[in-house]
Structures are given as structure tokens and as C-alpha cells.
Design a protein around this ligand. Structure first.
Ligand code: PLP
Length: 451
């Protein structure tokens, strides 16, 4: 309504006056105003309706305003809005039961946090206390959060200004499209070779660092913000075997890839492995109330059965977040949202992106699974030279976003990539509409490389 739009204008002015935003040069920002949302659609400050291909920050897995999640939050607010973390709470008990039920059999306990970064902080703290070791191995081309240790675990350019001695040792992950292992002389390079070389590198890193000093290996089950690049067959199993050989705790960060995003409840189900610790956030309750968590196996739990775990949070297991998680998980199950994401990926998004790769000179690679996809833009398909050097965002990305929005779609952009991450329950026709728009605006990227 005009009144909503007017209120949105006031909110925008106040935002620019008083709100300090994440990861931004404050005065270069023109944040998008979202004044309403429903399902997979949002309304901007001018009242325009836009398809949300970002699930916000890849978290509204069940879409906006899911009635069952909203109702659960309302009921919880009226019943018991908040409670201290040391007390038992029924919503929290049930959330923990539901989450551990979805995880491997020997993962039976959850420590709840406020989000993904602190989940990773606590996962590492547990692994350090469990092993009595300090170092943590973490991959380049990863994202694990914005707090001190989490941003140091992160392997993307945002880590660099935050670099600090946090006990993190980084290694190169396998990435078949942009292999760090393929020799220049190799005429062909197979996923099997990538797996073999990447595992040899991981073993070397471990051995040279001294396995007796290494507490944990942390990996995103499928790296998300860094480019939605799936590990080649055998890599995760090989990493698991190295952890077993050297007594290293395997932490899988499922903050972005978990809760159905990849077309399975957890992305590690795509591999034949069982992690020791799983961290999660985002999709667990579609972000309706902030929460995250550390799910640990019985061995890690046993470490703290008779000694104090030295860590805690005022809002650990906050009832509103827990009620939202219970409702979100049940709704995802009852409405087969995870199965729908798998089908969307296999039947709607994947094949269409393959066509775009064939038809657009600027599309170098398309990859993903479920409702979790990336389009990588290049200057030259043969050399795979990215549209801008690593760490930089090509100028055309702003034009691509503007063109998408003008046509009714909000895309997710990171460096030279467009990520396609709609809510898992987005209607097929809406996904097709969004893909049509992306296909059209990719002509802008083709133009850039044709001159
Ligand atoms: N880990 C992964 C894989 C993520 O994608 C994110 C956020 O994007 C985080 C951790 C950090 O989560 P939060 O922003 O809730 O702290």
C-alpha cells in the first residue's frame, strides 16, 4: 500500500543515518529495502514484487511467512517467550531430538548457539579440549563465519584483514573446475586425479604440521559462498580416513549446505562418511529467529560428561528459535521440501543451467545440486580466465543485478559468480521464470567479453 511504501522510505532514511551494515564501506552502500515478503517473493521499497533467488542469505529454506513456523513462534511467545539456558525447555528438548534424529546414529547431543559462526567457534573449542591439541586445518575457498576464530577459519578475501594467530593452518581443497593440482602439462585431468592429488596434499599438510598438534579438520560439506563446488568422488571419504588415521576430529560445517539446501537433509549424506561434529544454522528454522548449533557424536560428548565444558551463551536454545526449528523441520518433512529441492535441481535448474553454459560465451561453468547452484563467469571458456581476478567483483555484476531486479528477480552474487538458491519449496514455474530472467541478462556478460 502507499502507506507501506511511505513507511519504507522513512526506514531507508533512518537506516542510512543510524545503521552500520556487515562487510561494507558504509557510505558506498545502497541497501535494498524489503518491505514485505511471502513464500519465495519479496516486495522492495517501491512496492515491486521480486522473486528471491537468494533465500535472503541462503536461509529461508521454507520461504517467507510459512504459516506453521509463524504459528509456532506466536504460540511459544505466549506460552514462554524466553528462559535461561540452564533450565529445561520443552521446545529445546524437541528441537534437539528432531535434529539428532536426522544425523548419524552416534550423534546424539546438540549445543545450541546464536548462529553459524559461534557454532564453528564452539565446535573447534570442543575438538581442542577433546584432543588436547591446538591446530585446526581449514580449506582455502571456504567461509565459516565473521567472529574471531570463524573468520580465521575462513578461506576467502574477507579473512585477510582479520588475519591473526588463531591456530589455523590452511590447505587447498579439490576444485575440479579451477584445480590447484592439475599440472600445466596435463592434457586431461579427471576428478579421480583431482581427488588423489588433493588428498596427498592434505596428508602432506597434516604430516608436515605434526599430526600430534592437529585437533580438527573443518570442511564445509559443500562449500557455499566460496562457489558451490562439490568435492570430487572419494575426497570426503579420504579426508575422513586421514582424520581416523591421525586422531583428528572431523567437523563438517553444514550451516549453508544443511537442512535440505543440497537436496538431502545434510550435504554430507552425498558422501559415505560420518562426521564427528556437525555445525548448522540458517535453514534449521529458515532464519525466522537467530539460532545455530553444534551436534556432536558420543565420543566428543563423553569428553564433557564428567568435566565442565568451558563455554556458554545466554541465549543458547532460546525458546522462540527452538519452537521455530521444530515447526520448520516438521513442515519441511510433511511438505517434502527436501525431496522437492532434489527434484528442482535434477529436473529444472540443472538442465537449464547446462543450456546456458552451452549458449553463453561468458558462462564458463555451472554446478550444484538441489536448490544450491552457481554460474561462473569467464573471459575465455578455453583458458577459464575469470571475468575478474580472484577477490575482485567484475564491474558488470552490478549491471547484472540491476537488470535482474528490473525484470523481477533478486540474484545472489559473489565475485564472478551468480548463485541460484531459491527457497526449497519454490514453485517450478517461479523457478523457470527466474531462470528465464538470468538467461536473458547473461547477454550483458557476453557483451563485456566480446569487446
Ligand atoms: N558457515 C557457513 C558455511 C556459512 O555459509 C555461514 C554464513 O554464511 C557461516 C558459517 C556463518 O554463519 P552466521 O552468519 O550465522 O554466523
Amino acid at each position: 500500500s502507499p502507506a507501506d511504501i511511505q513507511a519504507g522510505h522513512t526506514a531507508y532514511e533512518l537506516d542510512r543515518k543510524h545503521v552500520f551494515h556487515s562487510w561494507s564501506a558504509q557510505e558506498q552502500l545502497q541497501p535494498m529495502n524489503v518491505i514485505d515478503a511471502e513464500g519465495s517473493w519479496i516486495w522492495d521499497g517501491e512496492g515491486r514484487r521480486l522473486l528471491d533467488f537468494t533465500s535472503q542469505l541462503i536461509f529461508t529454506n521454507a520461504g517467507h511467512k510459512h504459516p506453521k513456523i509463524i504459528e509456532a513462534i506466536k504460540q511459544q511467545a505466549e506460552k514462554l517467550c524466553t528462559v535461561a539456558p540452564q533450565h529445561v525447555n520443552d521446545a529445546r528438548s524437541e528441537a534437539a531430538r528432531l535434529i539428532t534424529e536426522l544425523l548419524p546414529e552416534d550423534i546424539n547431543h546438540v549445543f545450541f548457539t546464536n548462529g553459524g559462526a559461534d557454532a564453528n567457534e564452539h565446535a573447534v573449542r570442543m575438538a581442542r579440549l577433546h584432543t588436547g591439541r591446538r591446530k585446526v586445518l581449514s580449506a582455502y575457498r571456504s567461509y565459516h563465519g565473521g567472529t574471531h576464530l570463524a573468520v580465521n577459519l575462513t578461506g576467502d578475501p574477507r579473512r585477510v584483514p582479520n588475519d591473526d594467530d588463531a591456530g589455523v593452518v590452511r590447505f587447498l581443497p579439490p576444485f575440479t573446475y579451477r584445480s590447484h593440482f592439475r599440472p600445466d602439462s596435463a592434457a586431461q585431468w579427471t576428478p579421480e586425479q583431482e581427488t588423489e592429488r588433493a588428498l596427498a596434499h592434505l596428508r602432506d599438510t597434516l604430516v608436515l604440521e605434526g599430526p600430534s598438534q592437529v585437533a580438527a579438520l573443518i570442511l564445509e560439506a559443500i562449500p557455499g559462498t566460496a562457489g558451490i563446488y562439490l568435492p570430487p568422488a572419494g575426497y570426503m571419504e579420504g579426508a575422513r580416513a586421514l582424520c581416523d588415521e591421525f586422531g583428528v576430529v572431523m567437523i563438517l560445517d553444514e550451516v549453508m549446505a544443511g537442512f535440505g539446501r543440497s537436496g538431502k537433509w545434510f550435504a554430507h549424506e552425498h558422501f559415505a562418511i560420518e562426521p564427528d561434529i556437525v555445525t548448522f544454522a540458517k535453514g534449521v528454522n529458515s532464519g525466522y529467529v537467530p539460532m545455530g548449533g553444534v551436534a556432536m557424536d558420543d565420543a566428543i560428548y563423553a569428553s564433557f560428561a564428567q568435566r565442565m565444558y568451558p563455554g556458554g551463551l545466554t541465549y543458547s536454545g532460546h525458546p522462540l528459535a527452538m519452537a521455530a526449528a521444530v515447526a520448520a523441520i516438521n513442515a519441511m518433512r510433511d511438505e517434502a521440501m527436501v525431496e522437492n529441492a532434489a527434484r528442482l535441481g535434477a529436473e529444472v535448474i540443472g538442465p537449464r543451467l547446462e543450456d546456458m553454459k552451452n549458449n553463453h560465451p561468458a558462462v564458463g561453468d555451472v554446478r550444484g545440486t538441489g536448490a544450491f547452484w552457481a554460474i561462473e563467469l569467464v573471459r575465455d571458456k578455453a583458458t577459464r580466465e575469470p571475468l575478474a581476478p580472484y577477490g575482485q567483483t567484475p564491474a558488470v555484476m552490478a549491471d547484472l543485478v540491476a537488470a535482474c531486479k528490473a525484470k523481477g528477480v533478486v540474484p545472489f552474487i559473489n565475485m564472478n559468480r551468480i548463485h541460484i538458491c531459491p527457497p526449497l519449496n519454490t514453485a517450478d514455474d517461479d523457478v523457470r521464470f527466474g531462470l528465464d530472467v538470468i538467461d536473458e541478462v547473461l547477454a550483458l556478460a557476453d557483451e563485456v567479453i566480446s569487446v
